[in-house]
Design a protein around this ligand. Structure first.
Ligand SMILES: [Zn+2]
Length: 77
């Protein structure tokens, strides 16, 4: 995994309060604890600020939500 990807995943782990992923990413990659913690906190702040998450799972959920919003409009025709 590229360093930038590791940092992004640490941020996403913070966003989801996912300590298991955080520990796995930290132990499997060459990242200092200070850097890992900084990304974790950044993810938590993004969530607190209402910023949408960038992980694949959340993007898929957002797309599904958009689709179910479209449906009633299509049926009202
Ligand atoms: Zn997410």
């Amino acid at each position: 995994m590229k360093r930038s990807d590791v940092l992004a995943h640490l941020r996403i782990a913070g966003y989801h309060d996912d300590t298991r992923s955080f520990v796995r990413l930290y132990t499997e990659n060459r990242v200092s604890l200070a850097v890992a913690n900084a990304e974790w906190r950044r993810g938590g702040k993004m969530k607190a600020a209402g910023v949408p998450c960038t992980c694949r799972e959340c993007k898929d959920n957002q797309q599904l939500a958009n689709r179910s919003v479209d449906k009633p409009g299509a049926l009202q025709k």
